[in-house]
Design a protein around this ligand. Structure first.
Ligand SMILES: Nc1ccn([C@@H]2O[C@H](COP(=O)(O)OP(=O)(O)OP(=O)(O)O)[C@@H](O)[C@H]2O)c(=O)n1
Ligand SMILES: C[C@](O)(CO)[C@H](O)COP(=O)(O)O
Length: 224
């Protein structure tokens, strides 16, 4: 079986409020995106790595790779206006039966173990999405009305999200909807059953400034 990894790095990082997009910021003296690519390159599944970048960032990224002598093989794909479109652009370039893991570039602490397990379980189940149970109580707020939700039925979705290419291709032929904030929601809209597997609490998404500080603490904890 062939495996691919689509690492989506085509965002602008507005919530991070930094001039440099967050996927290029240094984490433990290495750009965030390089940590993420390294994690997938170490996977037993040896996926072909596609990195989706805003076209304005392609030359910047090439210069950064030279500066850091970063030689892990990967193909650069043009990003799109939404994360949905960035994934769509990457899928269009794959022309062989395979399983595809889609992963946020800004989740650099994903472990080799989780990546390997995600590919293994997707091969058995057809697809997997990693998620962790909420440790906080959860409420729904809609039209000014709030109600409690059973937190043991609430999962906070992460990436990787791994799918059979044929299903993913059909899913991404649908028109974009605002509800399509991840790949599982796109595939589910086809009527596919989604399989959740346990994620990792340190598989955080670097979204706000505090998240980069947390990632620094977590990566240093693991290297001490
Ligand atoms: N058009 C887009 C938007 C997002 N992403 C990627 O999808 C991942 C998750 O998105 P998010 O954390 O929202 O990143 P940004 O969209 O860059 O952040 P913001 O919403 O704060 O601008 C990131 O790795 C981001 O680079 C992408 O490839 N293409
Ligand atoms: C894909 C994702 O990380 C799953 O939780 C999340 O939906 C990405 O959301 P973002 O607003 O594009 O960061």
């Amino acid at each position: 079986m062939k495996y691919y990894a689509v690492i989506v790095a085509g965002g602008s990082g507005n919530r991070m409020q930094t001039e440099t997009p967050k996927q290029f910021l240094l984490l433990n003296n290495l750009p965030v995106l390089m940590h993420t690519i390294k994690a997938f390159a170490q996977s037993d599944s040896q996926p072909k790595i596609l990195v989706v970048l805003h076209t304005d960032q392609h030359n910047y990224w090439r210069r950064l790779c030279n500066e850091f002598n970063f030689n892990i093989p990967h193909e650069i794909i043009a990003g799109g206006s939404e994360r949905f479109n960035s994934v769509q652009n990457a899928i269009k370039t794959i022309n062989e039966d395979c399983f595809v893991a889609i992963h946020d570039a800004v989740r650099p602490l994903v472990s080799k173990q989780l990546i390997d397990y995600s590919y293994k379980q997707a091969t058995e189940l057809g697809n997997v999405v990693v998620a962790i149970q909420s440790s906080d109580s959860v409420r729904l707020l809609r039209n000014g009305e709030t109600s409690a939700i059973k937190r043991n039925e609430v999962y906070l979705v992460q990436t990787p999200q791994v799918f059979d290419l044929s299903v993913l291709r059909s899913a991404y032929e649908q028109d974009f909807e605002l509800a399509f904030t991840d790949d599982a929601s796109v595939v589910e809209a086809l009527g596919e059953k989604i399989n959740i597997i346990e994620g990792e609490r340190n598989n955080i998404k670097i979204t706000y400034p505090i998240d980069l500080e947390l990632a620094e603490m977590l990566i240093n904890k693991n290297t001490l």
